[in-house]
Design a protein around this ligand. Structure first.
Ligand SMILES: Nc1ncnc2c1ncn2[C@@H]1O[C@H](COP(=O)(O)OP(=O)(O)OP(=O)(O)O)[C@@H](O)[C@H]1O
Ligand SMILES: [Mg+2]
Length: 343
């Protein structure tokens, strides 16, 4: 299946499912009928769009690289009021991502209903929540693949919905994203898939690219399989290949959508250790979507629980583990007893 939602620019940086690498650069996003950022009247960088007292903050930060960009928003202190659902200790840290009351519906179907949170810098935050609750949709807002209907998304000191296509591309170069389905290009070998962002975004020669690609493939246990095509890989192997590709650009922001699903327990443990290691090595800020409570206990610094369109709880691991809230308790202990049912 060819997915035409994203242009080559997006494909190169974030590598979405089956995006055609040969599509003309700068081709517009249609987002499955969702309004593109520019159509929200915010793509023109008009100063009028940037009320909220942000300009004062930005004036203070004018020596910071990129601070004169109209979408620059200093995230070192919170922009909004702390929602009751996020702990003080996580809210007041230096952050790399802040969502402010993000709403998103597909037609009549409301998915995000005012999601607010701040994601601490240099830490691993795990996003949990029942299936279909909007975890993947939230990640897509962070990389600008979906614009919010209402609310704001700030990433790496940028007001994401205000960015134009080229600026989004630049933002995404600093983000490594592993999509839930691995999202490999089906017409390319495993090697070429992993090399793709380096060929697209850097001037590195093939010998340097080979060294990086083989290092990443070795890290995820796929050395020796590099000549295989995606349809010759198991689900878990595709996932690990997506993981390797998300890392080749040494991104400072890592978004992993269920990196552990489809893996055997040993691989899951190894992958969790790898996420921790890579996050520490690059001092990256990571968001990992995971259902695996055991894995989460192993590598999470913070945990956010999304449910029915809202971030119901967000705290550090200890706060979540010790929470007496019925819902958190049920979810975090994967218990059938509690307010959560199959609905
Ligand atoms: N492009 C889209 N168009 C229409 N509906 C969508 C679109 N993307 C997601 N949805 C719907 O939004 C809801 C949330 O989807 P999402 O993929 O974020 O769930 P999730 O929390 O990641 O679930 P899972 O744990 O199963 O991966 C789902 O009901 C899904 O069908
Ligand atoms: Mg998902």
């Amino acid at each position: 299946m060819t997915d035409t939602r994203f242009g080559a620019a997006t494909a190169a940086a974030v590598s979405p499912p089956e995006a055609p690498p040969a599509a003309p650069a700068g081709s517009s996003r249609t987002n499955n009928g969702n309004t593109a950022p520019a159509d929200r009247g915010r793509g023109g960088h008009g100063p009028a769009d940037q009320g909220r007292g942000d300009r004062d903050r930005n004036a203070r930060a004018k020596n910071v690289p990129g601070a004169n960009h109209p979408a620059y928003t200093d995230l070192s202190t919170p922009l909004g009021e702390r929602p009751e659902t996020q702990s003080d200790s996580t809210w007041n840290k230096d952050a790399v991502i802040e969502l402010r009351s993000v709403h998103k519906a597909f037609g009549q179907f409301k998915v995000l209903d005012g999601v607010s949170c701040r994601i601490p810098k240099g830490e691993i935050t795990v996003l949990m929540g029942p299936s279909g609750t909007g975890k993947s949709v939230t990640l897509r807002h962070i990389v600008g693949l979906l614009p919010p209907d209402k609310g704001d998304v700030y990433v790496d000191n940028r007001d994401v919905p205000m960015l134009n296509e080229d600026e989004l591309l630049e933002l995404r170069r600093g983000i490594g994203m592993l999509f839930q389905d691995g999202a490999l290009f089906s017409s390319m070998s495993l090697y070429d898939n992993v090399a793709f962002p380096l060929r697209q975004h850097t001037k590195k020669g093939e010998s340097e690219i080979r060294e990086i690609v083989m290092d990443r493939l070795t890290e995820v246990g796929l050395a020796g399989a590099e000549k295989r095509m995606p349809n010759e890989l198991s689900g878990g192997m595709r996932k690990r290949a997506g993981f390797a590709r998300a890392l080749v650009m040494e991104p400072r922001i890592l978004l992993f959508d269920e990196p552990d699903s489809g893996l055997d327990p040993v691989r899951t443990t190894l992958l969790c250790d790898l996420i921790r290691e890579i996050s520490d090595k690059y001092e990256a800020t990571s968001i990992v979507v995971s259902h695996d409570v055991g894995a989460v206990r192993r590598f999470a610094d913070n945990i956010g629980i999304l449910y029915k369109g809202k971030m119901r709880h967000f705290g550090n691991k200890q706060e979540i583990e010790e929470s007496e809230d019925e819902f958190v308790h049920q979810f975090f202990n994967a218990s059938s007893e509690g307010p959560l049912g199959m609905d």
